[in-house]
Design a protein around this ligand. Structure first.
Ligand code: PHE
Ligand code: ZN
Length: 887
């Protein structure tokens, strides 16, 4: 990574490049420490660019061996090369010429995991956002689209498999045990989508026949012996391909589609054209080693990367300010896919929970930025929850406003109009306007303005007139650098619910109301009147979370209770329950600080138990009713003056309460949900396991005895159940002999499986209390731990820092404090910070921002210490696609 040069990039400074590179031929001669790259770039002056346009190519840490123009060595005074740039002082006057650049790379020394590097003895690349310039000098910006021809040469014994983007063209033997392969990608693409992989990998093969009848070869490459564990990913890939045809009319375009799983990868995965590269955690899975959550993650991430082929690759971004053009849209598409493949309501609730956990704090904190930022210093800091998750919500709102059909017409036009080009958010929005005749001018503010809008709601009912009035007012709190906010176009889905639980026909003459189910808030205040109502209806509002905002709505407990039982919108039903649980937990936290306990809202405990036992609901949804707001969620609601010990006590108090009252229901559920057949990762079976495992926790707490969890552990036939049991043991019976025994057994069984051991690290990192930091410190020395591997660091330190509130956030003067002490030498987490960067530069996401982001999440009572920077920043860099870690 470059160190921060202090340069600020601004959206308004965008200028098209004077030079283009219509074709790029690359030839690699792979060697662990001395890889040769010959780049033949066709440079072409853009029409209209001045004849004396200067030419400067980007580089990063490059070693230049030779430089030619049209086959002739460039004379020394005619260019200026540094490791970070190549300037051709007097480029030829002709419109196009061939620039030949020879560079030498040392992939073994590359620990930044960008550019060409080695993982597990294999060669691989990562070029987004600006890694291509670590391979050769280039116009490394997303609006430079080029057709790539790539030749890879390697020693056969070192790399049997040679892959690059596009279609295979040729392959063969060379002298001295070397061989080669040639690839051609006919679709012009930006350099960030370039990829190359070489190594000794095994392939799981399959094929897919597209809607027009073309047969595409599919391959997933993994470490030898692991192809069986790629079967689920392959299945997810085929389902994604079919779904994109059926839902968006998008067909795959190349003859082959390959995926490679590598064990050293910073993020979830990467959508390189025709050659996706994945963090192996999102490919490898079987019943024995992967949980249901792992399977679900694999499904969405495989889909996400595949969907990028149209939203990102065929149509890419003009500049990095437009990152949400591909990411927000593609996350939206993977959300839709998961909703279609699984339970739509449960998916929606999970997505909203993740948004609130990651994006809301960002939007409400010092790092708030618009979905499309206007400035950046380091683009790697902008792979944020705002760009990805809020970006997806914004696309979802477009669909809500235009309806499914209008949305599809707009998307069709977008694919038509911008295929093969690098587009902007304005281009994208224009397609929806042109396709539907709607004006999205005010809506566009969602892309431009940071901050989570708030809508305050009050209601009144006039029994005599039979009218019900909704009084709605929008506001956006100020964010750093943006004090005055513009009014937004907010699509607020709603229903008025009658006493039988059915939606009433909401009749209103108000122009802002569409179809009696959607209010378009465009003004500061809307007073919307409904007529023909005999009784006061219950208000179900922001249905399906139609807009990403906070609501200030003082709804009565009675109405919430009613909605939590009867709302036909399952999201709002869950929301009503969660609001009451959160309130109860906040109250209980305040009491716990004074050493007292507080009663839950009347009827709430019974309601949770009733939902859990309600056979008319899907088990996955019922499991959610038992999944109380997390400690972090409670802390977030409290906002300030947070006492993690009090939160834990309050939460455990409520769990005990539910456990005792529900013991009969839970015992019955536990027995009836026991699975007898073979394991299947499908959503229904996963939902049943989720409910049964939630119930296990309550039974364990209720009995105060680790026996059942230990039995669950020893009888488990799949990783989901193993992890559930081990979590109960480790969190509820920390340090007990049953727990030690189970941890030991897990370690013996999975010691040589890093992805399974990640679970073992994570579970121990989550055990609450002041001893946690010492436990984590000891685990840092475990032979299976590797401070250079992003997955290991996230599993142990990431889980500890982000989800163990009582362990990580000790009060400032607590001698056990891990994070808050000013001088860090004896503090375990500080040791991590030091050890967290053993691979120097193992991702430097712009240290200060990263640290602030990390500590911004730490709910504020700890002061940042600069030595935390590397470890913590690295941890949070991986959140984007990592829903499994959203504990
Ligand atoms: N573009 C990748 C995705 O969203 C994420 C990524 C960004 C991966 C930067 C690596 C580097 O799927
Ligand atoms: Zn993406």
């Amino acid at each position: 990574m470059r160190s921060d040069t202090g340069q600020v990039f601004r959206l308004e400074d965008y200028r098209p490049s004077d030079w283009l590179i219509p074709s790029t031929d690359l030839s690699f001669r792979l060697d662990p420490t001395k890889t040769r790259v010959i780049a033949n770039l066709t440079l072409e002056r853009r029409a209209g660019a001045p004849a004396d346009s200067p030419l400067r190519l980007d580089g990063e840490g490059l070693k230049l061996l030779s430089l030619k123009i049209d086959g002739e060595d460039v004379r020394p005074g005619w260019f200026e090369a540094t490791p970070d740039s190549l300037r051709i002082i007097r480029p030829p006057k002709r419109k196009r010429f061939l620039l030949t650049i020879e560079t030498e790379l040392d992939p073994s020394a590359n620990k930044a995991l960008t550019g060409l590097y080695r993982s597990g003895g294999n060669y691989c690349t990562q070029c987004e956002a600006e890694g291509f310039r670590r391979i050769t000098y280039f116009l490394d910006r997303p609006d430079i689209l080029s057709v790539y021809n790539v030749r890879v040469e390697a020693r056969r014994d070192e790399a049997e498999v040679l892959l690059a983007n596009g279609n295979p063209e040729a392959a063969g033997e060379l002298a001295d045990g070397w061989h080669f392969a040639q690839w051609r990608d006919p679709f012009p693409k930006p350099s960030y989508l370039f990829a190359l992989v070489a190594g000794n990998l095994a392939e799981l093969r399959d094929s897919f026949v597209t809607m027009s009848g073309r047969k595409v070869k599919l391959g997933i490459y993994v470490e030898p012996g692991k192809t069986g564990r790629a079967a689920y990913a392959m299945d997810a890939l085929k389902r994604s391909m079919r779904w994109d045809e059926q839902t968006f009319g998008r067909e795959y375009d190349l003859d082959v589609f390959n995926i490679v799983a590598v064990s050293d990868f910073n993020m979830g995965a990467m959508e390189n054209k025709g050659l996706n590269i994945f963090n192996d955690k999102y490919i490898l899975a079987d019943a024995e080693t992967a949980t249901d959550a792992d399977f679900a993650n694999i499904e969405t991430i495989v889909a996400h990367e595949y969907f990028h082929n149209w939203t990102g690759n065929r149509i890419t971004c003009r500049d990095w300010f437009q990152l949400c053009l591909k990411e927000g849209l593609t996350v939206f598409r993977d959300h839709q896919f998961s909703a279609d493949e699984r339970s739509a309501a449960v998916e929606r609730i999970a997505d909203v929970r993740a948004l609130r956990a990651h994006q809301f704090p960002e939007d409400q904190g010092p790092l708030a930025h618009p979905v499309r930022p206007r400035r950046y210093r380091e683009i790697n800091n902008f792979y944020t929850a705002t760009v990805y998750e809020k970006g997806a919500e914004v696309v979802r709102m477009i669909r809500t406003i235009l309806g499914a059909e209008g949305f599809r017409r707009g998307m069709d036009l977008y694919f038509d109009r911008h295929d093969g080009s690098a587009a902007t958010i304005e281009d994208f929005l224009k397609c929806f306007e042109d396709a539907t005749g709607r004006d999205l001018n005010q809506f566009a503010i969602w892309y431009q303005q940071a901050g989570t809008p708030n809508v305050s709601v009050s209601t009144s009912f006039d029994a005599l007139a039979g009218t019900f009035t909704l009084d709605l007012e929008q506001s956006v709190p100020p964010t750093p650098g943006e004090v005055r906010k513009k009014l937004m176009h907010i699509p607020l889905a709603f229903a008025l619910v009658g006493p039988d639980g059915n939606d009433l026909v909401a009749r209103s003459d108000d122009k802002s109301v569409e179809d009696g189910r959607l209010i378009h808030l465009t003004k500061r205040r809307h007073i919307v009147q409904f007529r023909g109502l005999r009784q006061r209806p219950a208000v179900s509002i922001n249905r399906g979370f139609s807009a990403p905002l906070t609501l200030a709505f003082d709804q009565s407990t009675e109405e919430r209770m009613f909605l939590a039982r009867h709302d036909s919108d399952l999201f709002c039903r869950w929301q009503a329950l969660t609001a009451m649980l959160t309130e109860t937990l906040m109250r209980a936290t305040a009491h716990a600080r004074g050493g007292k306990s507080a009663a839950a809202t009347k009827g709430l405990v019974d309601l949770c138990i009733a939902i859990a036992g309600d056979a008319t609901l899907e088990p996955a949804y019922r499991a959610l009713a038992l999944n109380l707001p997390s400690e972090a969620e409670i802390a977030r609601e409290l906002g300030s003056n947070i006492d993690p010990d009090a939160i834990l006590a309050a939460r455990n108090g409520l769990i005990r309460n539910i456990a005792v009252k529900g013991s009969a229901t839970f015992a019955e559920l536990y027995a009836s949900l026991a699975e007898t057949g073979p394991y299947s990762p499908d959503a229904d079976a996963a939902g049943r396991r989720a409910l049964r495992n939630a119930v296990l926790d309550f039974l364990a707490v209720g009995s105060g005895d680790p026996g059942l969890a230990a039995e669950h552990f020893h009888g488990a036939t799949n990783m989901t159940d193993l992890v559930a049991a081990l979590t109960v043991l480790s969190l509820r019976f920390t340090g007990s002999s049953a727990t030690k025994k189970a941890l030991g057994e897990f370690e013996r069984r999975f010691g040589d499986n890093p992805l399974a051991m990640d679970k073992w690290f994570q579970i121990q990192a989550l055990a609450p209390g002041h001893k946690a930091s010492a436990r984590v410190a000891a685990l840092l020395k475990h032979p299976a731990y590797d401070a250079g591997n992003p997955n290991r660091v996230r599993a142990l330190v990431g889980a500890f820092a982000s989800a163990n509130q009582t362990g990580f956030h000790r009060p400032p003067r607590d001698p056990q404090s891990a994070a808050c002490r000013p001088a860090g030498d004896r503090i375990p987490l500080m040791a991590v910070a030091g050890a967290g960067a053993p691979r120097k530069g193992a991702r430097d996401p712009g240290v200060d921002q990263g640290t602030r982001r990390a500590l911004g999440r730490s709910e504020g009572h700890c002061r940042a210490h600069p030595r935390l920077k590397n470890a913590i920043a690295a941890l949070f860099f991986g959140w984007v696609l990592d829903k499994a870690n959203h504990v």
